[in-house]
Design a protein around this ligand. Structure first.
Ligand SMILES: [Zn+2]
Length: 237
């Protein structure tokens, strides 16, 4: 089982990566890891996520109350807690504002076009949640119907949230979303999109089902193995 010390190191490492890659600016974004049934390790509010030390991180419970740490918990922790509650298979959440994907979210466009085979295999659909003020119950309500069947969600006029069985997977999903958004934007600049057919998408979804199973068996998820009952099949386009 991964130690808390390793989880802390991972949060510092991936916080630095989302900052260096321009997925966040200033004190934007937040990362968290599930340490136990009612313990979440998370980044603090009002601090650059690329310049943190282990002592800056905060441990809170599933209601967002601070258990340890000297800094304050971000109000955006609410979206992380919602995801942990709805998805027992998820052990890490990354929230950022990567410019291209957030541009789609601000334009009111989901990233749901079947354009790239790899994205359908790795991520499935990337829906767009309705706008709600960050840190409010309304935002949680907007996300709630989308959390069970997706691993990455665009939030209107705000940013992106991705999650997975560990922080590495959650971070990689954030990279995939932004990379896909850039490619989708290029197709708009070129003036045409050659979408995959329904038949192509169906084949890719059956590959995705195998990929998700392999991913679950390839990761130490602390015994919280994803069951098919916990998660509906990948969305159709
Ligand atoms: Zn945000």
């Amino acid at each position: 089982m991964t130690s808390e010390r390793t989880h802390r190191k991972d949060i510092l490492r991936f916080g630095k990566m989302i900052h260096e890659r321009g997925f966040i600016a200033a004190t934007d974004g937040n990362l968290s890891v599930r340490l136990g049934r009612n313990r979440i390790l998370t980044t603090p509010t009002a601090m650059c996520k690329g310049m943190m030390q282990s002592s800056d991180l905060v441990v809170c419970d599933l209601d967002g109350n601070r258990i340890s740490g000297r800094r304050n918990v971000s109000s955006e922790i609410a979206m992380h807690l919602l995801i942990y509650r709805l998805r027992p298979d998820v052990n890490a959440v990354v929230h950022a504002h990567p410019p291209t994907a957030t541009g789609y979210a601000a334009a009111g466009l989901p990233l749901s076009q079947p354009l790239l085979s790899e994205v359908i295999i790795c991520l499935g659909n990337i829906p767009l949640a309705e706008y709600a003020t960050p840190g409010t119950l309304e935002l949680s309500q907007a996300l709630e119907p989308l959390v069970p069947g997706n691993d990455a969600i665009l939030m209107s006029n705000h940013g992106v949230v991705t999650y997975g069985e560990d922080l590495h997977v959650a971070y990689m999903r954030m990279e995939t979303v932004e990379h896909f958004a850039r490619i989708a934007l290029v197709t708009h600049l070129l003036g045409q999109q050659k979408l995959l057919t329904d038949q192509d998408v169906e084949k890719l979804q059956s590959v995705r089902a195998k990929y998700v199973t392999a991913l679950n068996h390839g990761h130490n998820n602390g015994g919280r193995e994803r069951s098919s009952r916990q998660r509906p099949p990948a969305k159709t386009y």
